[in-house]
Design a protein around this ligand. Structure first.
Ligand code: ATP
Length: 365
């Protein structure tokens, strides 16, 4: 099912009668989410991700704007009648019920024409339990399950009503690192198998990039960029987005353009077709190529072995980050001399981005 948001806005009124400081949690959000896609809604704490998700679910009413599921305007439809499945960070399972009873619960609450015969309810509960691979745990209580298993039960419970849209609010936050990795792949598999349009809120860029067909990056209630994860990584629209995506993060420098050359400190690092001005320069870790005749001169700190690749840690007076982290193949490091104190890099132009110093918007060269 396609989801369309038109100028969606949520303003929370001021709590303090003396001030008029209302919070614009979501500001004029317009977007079409294609049918059957897994979309990652990404941004730092407080940027409006959850509020967006709750407006789509109907749990929170928008201040203005419209929401369509397919061709149907659901803006004023109650949450129960929207056909959404919602999964929260804290699982929210009923502790006194077994896994089976937890999954059956949403079906038992159906009334009127939606009410199902008992055997059909059971059949559906077992089908979704099988899909999320907990069908052998049906008689256990939540406190007899691991965090990952509990989250699967929560997903099964959201799926059992065959929702039109699946909404996941930070579903992996309570899991340890290994389980997070496993469960995010599970979510991808389940989404692919069911083909349900899924919106997944996270503040973890790696999580969003790894499983989403499309990501939405938000900041202070405003959508910054929408696209395929790799496209946004390769072509960020502003410094915020460039900094938010990527591990290790992008390296940012104070720079300037003078006479058609981009300078970092005293080093002319690239030829650019931009008028003279002060800029920020962002360079992805894979954008540095160690080269004796390289244009960017840095002080070499140390080399961190990461397996196939290595990370060279260096410093430069113009760097905004405390250290520069470049990622190079281990062969490059073999060429470094023992006790070498400086290192020079050539830059890969398409891994180097220039941003306006004031607006932090991208300037293409
Ligand atoms: P997090 O990752 O921390 O959950 P988020 O991106 O999901 O953050 P929201 O929970 O959507 O952010 O909040 C967006 C903004 O709206 C924040 O500034 C928050 O303080 C504010 N906000 C959220 N709910 C309310 C409310 N009920 N009343 C007033 N302000 C609210």
């Amino acid at each position: 099912m396609k989801v369309e948001l038109q100028n969606l806005t949520k303003i929370f009124p001021s709590r303090n009668k003396k001030s008029n400081e209302e919070v614009i949690a979501v500001n004029d959000f317009t977007l079409t989410i294609p049918d059957g896609k897994l979309v990652g809604l990404l941004g730092p704490s407080g940027c409006g991700k959850s509020t967006t998700l709750y407006m789509i679910s109907g749990l929170q009413k928008s201040t203005s704007g419209k929401i369509f599921f397919g061709e149907e305007d659901v803006t004023n439809v109650s949450p129960e009648n929207r056909g959404v499945g919602l999964v929260f960070q804290n699982y929210a399972l009923y502790p006194h019920m077994t896994v089976k009873q937890n999954i059956l619960f949403p079906l038992q609450n159906l009334t009127g024409k939606d009410k199902l015969p008992k055997n059909e309810m059971l059949q559906r509960a077992y089908e979704v339990a099988k899909l999320v691979q907990i069908d052998d745990l049906m008689e256990r209580k939540p406190n007899e399950l691991s965090g990952g298993q509990q989250q699967r039960v929560a997903i099964a419970r959201a799926l059992v009503k065959m929702p039109r849209i699946l909404l996941l609010d930070e579903p992996l936050s309570n899991l340890d690192a290994r389980l997070r990795l496993q469960t995010r792949e599970e979510i991808r598999r389940i989404q692919k198998e069911t083909g349900i349009t899924t919106i997944f809120v996270t503040h973890d860029q790696e999580e969003a990039m790894s499983i989403s067909d499309m990501i939405i990056v938000m900041k202070l209630g405003i959508v910054q960029q929408v696209g395929k994860p790799q496209d946004i990584y390769d072509d960020p629209t502003n410094l915020f987005v460039a900094k938010f995506l990527g591990t290790p993060p992008i390296n940012v420098f104070d720079g300037k353009v003078q006479g058609g050359k981009l300078y970092i400190g005293e080093d002319a690092v690239l030829d650019v077709n931009i008028e003279d001005r002060d800029v920020f320069v962002g360079i992805r870790p894979e954008g540095f190529v160690p080269n004796d005749k390289g244009e960017l001169n840095c002080k070499l700190n140390n080399v961190e072995v990461m397996g196939r690749d290595v990370s060279i840690v260096s410093t430069n007076a113009a760097s905004i980050n405390p250290v520069i982290r470049s990622i190079v193949s281990s062969d490059c490091v073999k060429k470094l001399a023992d006790g070498q104190e400086t290192i020079s890099y050539s830059l890969v132009p398409h891994k180097t981005f220039i941003f306006d110093k004031e607006t932090e918007e991208r300037i293409y060269f």
